[in-house]
Design a protein around this ligand. Structure first.
Ligand SMILES: *[C@@H]1O[C@H](CO)[C@@H](O)[C@H](O)[C@H]1NC(C)=O
Ligand SMILES: *[C@@H]1O[C@H](CO)[C@@H](O)[C@H](O)[C@H]1NC(C)=O
Length: 650
C-alpha cells in the first residue's frame, strides 16, 4: 500500500486558524510517492481545483446481512430480491452525512449554491481556488511530474478534515491519489495504459492476456470423436450434459436470457458459431447472441486468430448450445483503442455505480469518451439490463489492484446479488499462482512463479461472487462406464492448466463458507506458512464450485481446436444455473440470485471432487479432498439434485 487511512485515534491533530480546525485529523496520507513521480513545482495560485468529496455510504456494513436474508435457504425472505430503487435508498449517504459535510464547507465560505449533489450520487462536487482547498484540507498542493511521460499531476501528500467528519467522508480528490492516466505515445498502447502493475501487462481482452483460455491441438472434422467414451480427451456439449446430468433447455422464456461478458478486442466469429452448431447443436445454426454494446464495444472482425477469437468463440458456442432455445446476451465492453475493465461493465448495468464512492478509478478503468480517439460517445452509465446469470471468463490477480478499489467493486456485486443476479467469474488457470504464473515477493513485486506468496484471483475473491474452478475427466476413464458404476469421473484439472484457488489477502471469510472452510483446515491443514498464504482461516476461500475446463472442442477461425481453462468452466456452470432459473420462472418463482449460501448449506448437490491439486509458486499447491477445498470448491454440478433443491426454495 502506498498510502494509509489514518484514523482519529492514531493521528496527531494539527493546530490551525479556524476553531473547527483544532480538531482536524489526517484523513489520508501517502507514505511514499508512487514510482516515476517527482515533485516539480508549487501549484499556480490562480489554478482552480475540481474538488470531489466521496461521502460515506449508509448501511454498507449491513449489506452482507441483507444479501444473506434473500439468499439463505432457511430465510423467510429467500428470493425476495430488491429493486434498484430500494438499493439506492438503503445505501445512499444519510442526511446527517450530507448536512455535516455541507456545513463544514459553508464554514469555509463554500455555500450550497457552489455544490453539485445529485439525488443518488455519493459525492459532493465543487470548484475551489488553491487557497480554499489548502485551508479546507490543511494541506499544500504541488505539481508532480512523471519521469517517462513528462505528464503532470496535481496532488498533495496528506490532508486533514475535522475529526467529527471522519466517519462521513470516504475520501477527497484531487489529493493523495496519483491516479491520472499516463498518456503514452504509441497508438496501440492505450489498452495497456492499465498496465497498472507488473501483473497486468495487457488489457483484459487483449491477445496474450493471461486470463484468456489456452489453446491445445487443432483438429479437423474427422478428428472429432463425439462419443461419450471419448470425453476423457474431447469435451463436447453432450459430454457436459452426461457429466452433470442435464438436458436441453426447452422454454425460451424471454426474461431468462443468459449474460456473457467479453472485453474488446475479443470477438466471436459468426461463421465459427455455425461451424460449431452444425456439429453439436443443429437447431442453433444461424442463432446469434443479442449484442449489448457498452462503451463502444464492437465485435471486430479485422484481427482473426485464437488470441482474438478464442475466448468469445468458446464462451458463446457453449453458452448458446447449452441453454438453447433461451437467448444469450453478449455484453461486449470497450472500444478498440482503450478496451475496458469490470467497472466499465458494472457502470453500464447499474447507473448508480458510476458515481458510487467517488466513481471509477482513472488508473484502473477506461475513460469515455475515449481521450485516445476511440469511442467518443458518453460513458455508458446505466441503460443496460442485467441478465439473471452473468458469466465472465476474465480475471485479475487480487494483488494487481488496491483493496479500496476492490472493496468498492465488491460492494457492487453484493448489490447485484440483492437484485437476484448470479455473478460468476473464472478462478484463474495457474493454480495457487496468479495470472501468467506470477507469485508475490516479500516486497510486493511479482516473480516468475518459482517461489513467493500465493496470488489468488479477483473478482472471485470478493465474497459476493461465485468463483468457478476447473476439473477434467480422469485420463483413463470411460465416461459411460464411470457413470454406470457410480465412480466419480473427474478430478481437479491438471491438463494444460491448474484450477485457480486459495485464500484472499483482502476479504474476510464470509459466514456462509465458515463451516466448510473450518472443516477443510481441521482435516487437511496445508503444509504452508503464513508467508505463503493467509493461513489465519479467517479469509475468503476460492473457488466455490467447479466445472470441466479441459479439452473443450471449440470452433475458432474456421477450424476446431481443443481449449483449456476456467474460462470454459464458468460459462458451463452459468448455463446450468440458467436452466434452473428457467424451471423456477416457469413455476412463478424468483431467480436463484446469489448462489453461495444455498450451495454451502447443501454440498450434497455437487459431485465432490477428491483428486488432483493446483500447484504453483514452487509448491504442490492445495489438494482436492473430501468436502470443500481451495482447488475445486464444493465440486461439480449434479443437475437433478440442484434442480430439486432450488425448486423446493421459496
Ligand atoms: C489488427 O489489425 C489491424 C488492421 O489490419 C493491424 O493494423 C494491427 O496490427 C492488428 N493487430 C494485431 C495485434 O495483430
Ligand atoms: C490474514 O487475514 C486476517 C483476517 O483478515 C488478517 O487479520 C491478517 O492480518 C492477515 N494476515 C496476513 C499475514 O496478511
Amino acid at each position: 500500500m502506498f498510502f494509509t487511512l489514518v484514523t482519529a485515534a492514531l493521528a496527531a491533530s494539527t493546530v490551525f486558524a479556524s476553531p473547527i480546525a483544532n480538531t482536524k485529523v489526517v484523513h489520508e496520507k501517502r507514505d511514499v510517492l508512487p514510482s516515476g513521480w517527482n515533485k516539480r513545482s508549487e501549484l499556480h495560485r490562480r489554478a482552480i481545483l475540481p474538488m470531489r468529496i466521496a461521502l460515506a455510504q449508509n448501511n454498507l456494513e449491513k449489506g452482507g446481512d441483507w444479501l444473506h436474508e434473500v439468499s439463505d435457504p432457511e430465510s423467510d425472505r429467500y428470493g425476495k430480491h430488491w429493486s434498484a430503487k430500494e438499493i439506492a435508498e438503503a445505501f445512499a449517504p444519510s442526511d446527517d452525512t450530507v448536512s455535516a459535510v455541507k456545513s463544514w464547507l459553508a464554514s469555509h465560505g463554500i455555500g450550497n449554491d457552489r455544490i453539485k449533489h445529485g439525488q443518488s450520487m455519493g459525492f459532493l462536487q465543487f470548484d475551489a481556488s488553491v487557497d480554499e482547498a489548502e485551508n479546507l484540507l490543511n494541506t499544500k498542493y504541488n505539481v508532480y511530474q512523471h519521469t517517462d511521460s513528462k505528464q503532470s499531476h496535481v496532488a498533495c501528500e496528506e490532508y486533514s478534515i475535522p475529526a467529527e467528519l471522519s466517519e462521513h467522508v470516504d475520501f477527497i480528490t484531487p489529493t493523495v491519489h496519483f491516479d491520472a492516466p499516463i498518456k503514452r505515445h504509441d497508438k496501440r498502447e492505450p489498452m495497456e495504459k492499465r498496465a497498472i502493475s507488473p501483473g497486468v501487462e495487457k488489457g483484459l481482452g487483449e491477445p496474450g492476456s493471461p486470463s484468456l483460455p489456452k489453446l491445445g491441438a487443432t483438429m479437423n472434422g474427422a478428428d472429432i470423436l463425439g462419443r461419450l467414451k471419448n470425453c476423457n480427451t474431447q469435451i463436447t456439449p453432450d459430454c457436459l450434459r452426461a457429466l452433470y446430468d442435464f438436458q436441453h433447455g426447452h422454454l425460451a422464456l424471454k426474461k431468462n436470457a443468459y449474460g456473457i461478458v467479453e472485453y474488446t478486442p475479443q470477438a466471436y466469429v459468426p461463421s465459427d458459431l455455425d461451424l460449431f452448431f452444425r456439429q453439436f447443436a443443429k437447431k442453433a445454426v444461424g442463432e446469434r447472441p443479442v449484442l449489448d454494446s457498452i462503451d463502444g464495444g464492437v465485435v471486430q472482425q479485422t484481427n482473426m486468430s485464437f488470441g482474438f477469437n478464442g475466448e468469445s468463440d468458446l464462451d458463446l458456442e457453449y453458452a448458446m448450445s447449452l441453454v438453447y432455445p433461451q437467448n444469450v446476451v453478449l455484453y461486449q465492453v470497450g472500444d478498440l483503442v482503450e478496451g475496458a475493465s469490470f467497472n466499465n461493465f458494472l457502470d453500464a448495468i447499474d447507473g448508480s455505480y458510476c458515481t458510487f464512492r467517488g466513481g471509477d478509478s482513472q488508473r484502473f478503468d477506461a475513460v469515455y469518451p475515449d481521450p485516445y480517439g476511440g469511442y467518443q460517445g458518453p460513458q455508458n452509465c446505466g441503460g443496460f439490463a442485467a441478465t439473471k446469470v452473468i458469466s465472465t471468463s476474465y480475471s485479475y490477480n487480487e494483488h494487481d489492484l488496491t483493496p479500496i478499489y476492490e472493496r468498492r467493486q465488491c460492494a457492487e456485486y453484493l448489490k447485484l446479488g440483492l437484485m437476484g443476479v448470479s455473478v460468476l467469474y473464472s478462478s484463474g488457470d495457474y493454480g495457487v499462482a496468479g495470472n501468467g504464473g506470477q507469485c508475490i515477493n516479500p516486497d510486493g513485486t511479482y516473480n516468475n512463479g518459482n517461489s513467493g506468496r500465493f496470488n489468488p484471483s479477483f473478482p472471485g475473491s470478493c465474497p459476493w461472487i461465485t468463483s468457478v474452478g476447473a476439473t477434467q475427466v480422469k485420463p483413463h476413464i470411460s465416461l459411460p462406464n464411470a457413470l454406470a458404476s457410480g465412480t466419480e469421473p473427474e478430478k481437479a484439472c491438471e491438463t494444460v492448466i491448474y484450477s485457480g484457488g486459495g485464500f484472499s489477502n483482502v476479504f474476510p471469510l464470509p459466514g456462509y463458507q465458515r463451516k466448510e472452510v473450518t472443516s477443510y483446515f481441521a482435516n487437511n491443514m496445508p503444509p504452508y506458512t503464513s508467508a505463503q498464504y493467509n493461513n489465519s482461516q479467517e479469509t475468503r476461500g476460492i473457488p466455490d464450485i467447479s466445472a470441466n475446463g479441459a479439452n473443450y472442442v471449440v470452433a475458432v477461425d474456421g477450424q476446431f481446436a481443443k481449449v483449456y481453462g476456467t474460462s470454459a468452466s464458468s460459462p458451463t456452470l452459468g448455463a446450468i444455473l440458467t436452466l434452473i432459473n428457467e424451471e423456477r420462472f416457469s413455476r412463478g418463482l424468483s431467480s436463484i440470485g446469489f448462489v453461495n449460501p444455498v450451495a454451502y448449506k447443501n454440498p450434497g448437490v455437487f459431485n465432490d471432487i477428491t483428486a488432483g491439486s493446483n500447484p504453483g509458486c514452487g509448491t504442490d499447491g492445495f489438494q482436492a479432498v473430501p468436502g470443500w477445498d481451495p482447488v475445486t470448491g464444493l465440486g461439480t454440478p449434479n443437475y437433478p439434485k440442484m434442480l430439486k433443491l432450488w425448486l423446493s426454495l421459496g
